[in-house]
Design a protein around this ligand. Structure first.
Ligand code: NAP
Ligand code: SF4
Length: 674
């Protein structure tokens, strides 16, 4: 067996988890949507049928004052909704456990009635919370217990109580958010009282044979956060009051260290879980950036944890565990930790899905059914859109020929994978390579398919996914030898000088700046580099893991200006959950970000601009343009002129605002209907 640790059952005494994989909690938006529980049932059942050991739902609120307009669990109607989910999961596989997460956001609630131990506003909260009085504390405890009892009634196998992330329970634990002077504040034994009383009340409400997981911030990444001694003390006390499992989490939402973004090394934090595991005898869950079975197996083999929680990897591939069990791990569609279609959506109030798998959370709507009349389909261009279309159509039974002018598949993914911190894109290319083999796609690399070739071959359908061409900005002197395009820079085909201006501050402008200011190994591949870059001390574990630790910035010897014409903040259009990491990284490396720039001309002296009406000369030796793209639709027009109908997808269809998420989604829906 390839993964003996990952596939080993875990005996909890009163029940058994069939393997060590957990689909971790993730709010999707289905919780609040009309008909969302039916869709959630389909979403979870598909993962249950494919072999996951245990599922934990997205956060469910215990009462109205905790609700951000989100789903609560406090009455029989809500029990009925949840029963649809638990029944579907247990029907898919009676051995799969499903637990409901109880989440009280505390100071992160968006209601005016929000509550917290003290009236301390979260850095990212909307309002100052109301400090709970004693009666209020008692009510919160009993609401948690009632919520757990309702979950049990709805058929769940357990609950997970979230005591991390900056939500209510964690704000009792940390000194700076708990200023109380009664028995719930002050010394740590008081600050942890609320957490322990909740667990005691929940255990009393659900009895001994029900899984109770408590999620703890084993490193909260807060200046002045929890000390290591406090974390150990809490874990041991939780065990005494009856938790079944302790789950380790890292970070609060407001902390300034990325913990799940793609620049975070795989399994970066599991060593912290491993240290905690030595202090308790209940099983311990670890998480964060574990996205392939070999990573999970290594974590378990090292003794870092008893169970491995993966949330986004199960969005990216519902068959993750089946492929693991059957030794088909090279067919896993790997989560690349981009957050673009999951957490960026969640925090924008948009239904969660997945960049690499648009079926995620759409299981009852987007299905790739076998075709009754297979067609011969030509797909031209093996970038994200072409790959998604070709592999989906071939999976359905069509006979697909995929033409690619270059010698490798991947298109824009081949640029992304060269950016330090974006190495996970290699996995997406590996996945598509494998799917091309599995579905017997006739791949023609190095072939520029023109209209005559396509016409002569007599395909039933032609799909044009020929991508984009970079937009050349209309600036006097743009032909000057100091000007280079981003593709040449990323592919290392053109040298870059010591003083650089980057025209265009979209995702690619930021990527280029990351590349040209980077020095040394990628932090995504080396935990020590990551720790130094972000100011984390894994060894000594000061409060929060970060208190008093200065980030040590390694940077290339280069002065860089990143420019845009808009007067908005530079980088404001980047991903909601990851944009700040890119802005902060470049700022630490000294990149000067200028907005409201007017480009005047380029000459031997450099780039002449105007800012606020004032002329300025940037004395640079290299100017890199990253000014967006135009559709490359020459082939489509050629076909149209010959009267050959074709479908146009990806950047060739619409280059503006196009990213891999939109390209894969469009291609997948079209191929599902072909
Ligand atoms: P983009 O996001 O559209 O940005 C283009 C930039 O060029 C803007 O800053 C724009 O700002 C500027 N610009 C546009 N027209 C210009 C002109 N005629 N002259 C001078 N400047 C001009 O495009 P991109 O950066 O090429 O990215 C392409 C797609 O890939 C986007 O959808 C992006 O989201 C995606 N992507 C995402 C990531 C990620 O990490 N999530 C990374 C890379 C790419 P002004 O108009 O204000 O000057
Ligand atoms: Fe992973 Fe990106 Fe998909 Fe989210 S959108 S699950 S981060 S691949």
């Amino acid at each position: 067996m390839r993964y003996p640790k990952l596939l080993e059952p875990l005996d909890l005494g009163f029940t058994t988890i069939k393997n060590r994989s957990i689909m971790g909690s993730m709010h999707t938006g289905l919780e609040e949507m009309e008909g969302g529980f039916e869709r959630m049932a389909g979403y979870f059942a598909e993962r249950a049928a494919a072999g996951v050991g245990m599922i934990i739902t997205g956060g469910i609120f215990p009462n109205a004052e905790s609700s951000r307009g989100g789903a609560t669990m406090s009455n029989d109607e809500e029990v009925g909704n949840h029963r649809m989910v638990t029944s579907a999961v247990h029907a898919a596989d009676p051995d799969v456990k499903i637990c409901m997460q109880i989440l009280h956001p505390g100071p992160l609630a968006s209601t005016r009635e929000l509550v917290a131990p003290s009236a301390v506003k979260s850095r990212i909260g909307r309002h100052v919370p109301n400090a709970l009085d004693k009666a209020g504390i008692a009510k919160q405890i009993s609401d948690h217990a009632h919520c757990a009892a309702m979950a049990q009634k709805a058929g769940y196998d357990g609950v997970e109580i979230i005591g991390s992330a900056g939500y209510l329970i964690s704000t009792f634990l940390v000194e700076k958010t708990n200023l109380r002077e009664d028995e719930y504040g002050g010394p740590f034994e008081n600050r942890m009282r609320f957490a322990l009383e909740i667990v005691e009340a929940v255990r009393a409400a659900v009895g001994p044979s029900f899984i109770v997981i408590f999620r703890i911030a084993a490193m909260d990444m807060l200046e002045g956060g929890m000390s290591w001694d406090e974390i150990v003390t809490l874990a041991q006390a939780l065990e005494r009051v009856g938790v079944t499992i302790i789950s380790t989490h890292f970070t609060w939402h407001e902390s300034a260290v990325p913990t799940i973004a793609t620049m975070v090394p795989r399994a970066a934090f599991t060593g912290v879980t491993g240290r905690l595991r030595q202090h308790v005898s209940v099983p311990v869950i670890t998480s964060n950036r574990i996205n392939m079975p070999d990573v999970a197996e290594a974590v378990l083999a090292r003794g870092d944890a008893d169970l491995v929680s993966m949330a986004r990897p199960f969005l990216a591939d519902s068959e993750f565990m089946r492929k693991t069990i059957e030794g088909r791990e090279d067919e896993i569609n790997t989560c690349i930790a981009c957050n673009q279609a999951c957490l960026d959506h969640t925090f924008s109030g948009i239904l969660t899905s997945c960049l690499v798998n648009p079926r995620a959370c759409h299981e009852t709507q987007l299905n790739y059914l076998p075709v009754l009349s297979p067609q011969r389909i030509a797909v031209v261009g093996a970038g994200p859109a072409g790959l998604a279309y070709a592999t989906t159509a071939a999976q359905r039974g069509h006979s697909v020929t995929l033409f690619e002018a270059s010698q490798e598949i991947g298109g824009q993914f081949n640029l992304a994978k060269r950016i330090p911190g974006k190495e996970e894109f290699h996995e997406t290319i590996r996945y598509y390579k494998r799917m091309i083999e599995v579905h017997n796609i006739d791949l023609r690399l190095g072939v520029r398919a023109d209209a005559n070739i396509l016409q002569a071959a007599g395909f039933d359908k032609v799909v044009v996914s020929t991508g984009i061409t970079p937009r050349v900005p209309d600036i006097a002197g743009i032909d000057h030898p100091s000007v280079v395009g981003y593709i040449d820079v990323i592919q290392g085909r053109k040298p870059v000088g010591k003083r650089v201006a980057v025209i265009g501050a979209g995702g690619i402008g930021f990527d280029v700046c990351e590349l040209i200011t980077h020095s040394g190994p990628s932090g995504a591949l080396d935990r020590n580099v990551f720790a130094a870059e972000w100011g984390v001390d894994f060894e000594n574990h000061p409060r929060g893991g970060v208190t008093g630790v200065e980030p040590r910035v390694a940077r290339a010897d280069r002065e860089v200006f990143l420019l845009q014409r808009k007067d908005s903040k530079v980088g404001s259009g980047l991903g909601k959950t990851t944009g700040w990491t890119h802005r902060l990284t470049l700022a630490r490396r000294g990149v000067k970000m200028l907005n409201a720039v007017e480009y005047v001309k380029i000459d031997d002296a450099g780039l002449h601009i105007r800012q606020g009406g004032m002329p300025e000369l940037l004395e640079v030796d290299t100017i890199i343009f990253c000014a967006g793209q135009e559709p490359a639709r020459g082939l489509f027009d050629e076909l149209a002129a010959m009267g050959i109908a074709a479908d146009l997808i990806g950047g060739a269809f619409e280059a503006a605002e196009l990213d891999a998420k939109a390209a894969i989604k469009q291609a997948s829906y079209l191929a599902a209907a072909a």
